[in-house]
Ligand binder design. Structure first.
Ligand SMILES: *[C@@H]1O[C@H](CO)[C@@H](O)[C@H](O)[C@H]1NC(C)=O
Ligand SMILES: *[C@@H]1O[C@H](CO)[C@@H](O)[C@H](O)[C@H]1NC(C)=O
Ligand SMILES: *[C@@H]1O[C@H](CO)[C@@H](O)[C@H](O)[C@H]1NC(C)=O
Length: 181
């Protein structure tokens, strides 16, 4: 009888544990930054910070490919600013690439690192994920960091803050770290 009771108590304990609701998550650190991508179009070499490095058959490296840019890969070294002004003093560089990987809509796959070197922040934050560009806001993973962001992880919400004729876009990056050290 005693053994049965303790087995019952034991099972109840696990049932209650698995049924208890998850704690609501709250970020341990927030950071909002902007970065500016000026795509090389054959004429803006001095200003461009992004280059198309791969294009599908029939397209070239100075104009994004016609079918939702599918097959294009761009590599970038973009300035990061604290506000949405292209001419603000950069606090670091956004370095990485995006791949247009969807044939029937504008979606890219982003892999990049924020290299921050300012009085406020020293270190890197690495991002990866799919970017359904037409959605107002989309989340990518923050996979890790170094320096001030040692071992940090979380989610970054990307929003297109400006877009000018396939040559310039500006993204607002709302970083929410859920793991801080
Ligand atoms: C690249 O392709 C675009 C669109 O087809 C065309 O207008 C442009 O002249 C091409 N540029 C080069 C350098 O071939
Ligand atoms: C960071 O900025 C300082 C001051 O401008 C510069 O001396 C240093 O080389 C920079 N570090 C990196 C890693 O870019
Ligand atoms: C560089 O590109 C940005 C964004 O499109 C634009 O605001 C700026 O006027 C350009 N500068 C030059 C010198 O072309």
């Amino acid at each position: 009888m005693g053994a049965k009771l303790s087995l019952f108590a034991f099972l109840m304990f696990f049932a209650l544990c698995s049924a208890s609701p998850r704690k609501p998550y709250a970020p341990c650190k927030n950071l909002v930054l902007y970065f500016h991508d000026v795509i090389y179009n054959g004429e803006n070499a001095a200003n461009a910070t992004s280059a198309i490095v791969a294009a599908p058959q029939g397209a070239n490296l100075t104009k994004l490919a016609p079918q939702f840019h599918f097959g294009n890969i761009a590599v970038f070294d973009d300035p990061i600013t604290l506000d949405n002004n292209f001419h603000s003093k950069p606090v670091g560089r956004a370095q990485g690439f995006y791949i247009y990987d969807t044939k029937n809509t504008f979606t890219s796959w982003f892999g990049f690192t924020f290299v921050l070197n300012s009085t406020e922040h020293q270190g890197t934050i690495t991002f990866a994920g799919t970017d359904p560009i037409l959605q107002k806001s989309r989340d990518v993973s923050v996979t890790g960091g170094t320096g001030d962001f040692f071992m940090h992880r979380g989610i970054a919400t990307l929003m297109t803050d400006a877009f000018e004729s396939e040559v310039y876009f500006r993204l607002r990056v709302d970083i929410k770290f859920y793991e801080c050290w």
